[in-house]
Design a protein around this ligand. Structure first.
Ligand code: ADP
Ligand code: MG
Length: 262
């Protein structure tokens, strides 16, 4: 209910924001690490979409909050969770054991798309040269306290990859795993994949995850995650079974629900 009201207000100011006015929910006002902000702007993401404008500040707030984001297909939900993910992971590889973030998504093709978006966002952090010249102040900031930082490692856990490949990938200690539930559960069982290090988990296209019969797998995966995690659920619709899943898996989540036209 609250989300809808906010959306209506945002709807009115849309034109102004689209012209790039700073403040009032711009990417520039979100306190993002300079390399992340630069990645967004360089890739043409100049103004956040309504779901991004609402969800990103909630997801970056302290202490971390769980969130249910409901908005239509094409409303920009990927960046709504991927920007906070990259920011929270500090954009760099951590040598500590195990993945720190997990994205569950219903299909291999979707996983590949999300992987591409994530890698692009995190690219500005990679040391040595960088992909865009002329940003010394950005580089200094990104390297503070992390002189020898390696770029974030991404792992794909989807059907169609050989199990040997998946084993090697897991052994490389990825920071983020993007997975379809069936294959992930398989790795949990067959390879003892440990998810206790996961701090940030996203259920993307959650309505489709349920339509495709992943409910049991999702509950089993939930059970393997630490209780201290930040949990996000994004969906175009919110059927009853999903509300129940959210009640079981999320703690006092903020609901951001946008009108169909947003
Ligand atoms: P959803 O997951 O809600 O269906 P996506 O995250 O796939 O939507 O985004 C839909 C399209 O909108 C993509 O092509 C994406 O690149 C584009 N997009 C997302 N956010 C922005 C933005 N802030 N500015 C411009 N284009 C955007
Ligand atoms: Mg999507």
């Amino acid at each position: 209910k609250g989300g809808t009201e906010v959306t209506k207000k945002l709807g009115k100011s849309k034109g102004k924001l689209a012209k790039g006015v700073v403040g009032g929910g711009s990417f520039q006002s979100m306190g993002l690490h300079p390399p992340l902000l630069r990645s967004l702007l360089v890739r043409g993401y100049r103004t956040p979409t309504p779901i991004q404008r609402l969800a990103i500040p909630i997801l970056l707030s302290t202490p971390p909050r769980d969130l249910v984001g409901m908005a239509r297909t094409g409303s920009g939900k990927t960046l709504a969770y991927m920007v906070p993910l990259v920011q929270r992971l500090g954009g760099r590889h951590a040598t500590s054991f195990g993945a720190r973030a997990l994205v569950l998504i219903p299909a291999r093709e979707l996983a590949l798309q999300v992987l591409k978006v994530g890698k692009e966002l995190a690219r500005g952090w990679s040391g040595g040269g960088g992909d865009h010249a002329g940003d010394t102040e950005v580089k200094d900031n990104a390297d503070a306290g992390n002189k020898k930082g390696q770029s974030l490692r991404w792992g794909l856990v989807v059907g169609g990859e050989s199990l040997d490949e998946q084993f090697e990938m897991i052994a490389s200690n990825p920071d983020v795993i993007i997975a379809t539930p069936g294959r992930l559960l398989h790795l949990i069982v067959e390879m003892n994949l440990d998810l206790r290090s996961v701090q940030y988990i996203v259920f993307d296209e959650a309505d489709r995850l349920f339509e495709l019969g992943f409910a049991t797998a999702l509950h089993e995966i939930l059970f393997k995650l630490p209780t201290t995690r930040q949990t996000l659920l994004f969906s175009a619709t919110l059927p009853k079974n999903l509300v129940e899943f959210a009640k079981a898996g999320l703690q006092n989540p903020k609901l951001v629900r946008l009108d169909a036209e947003s």
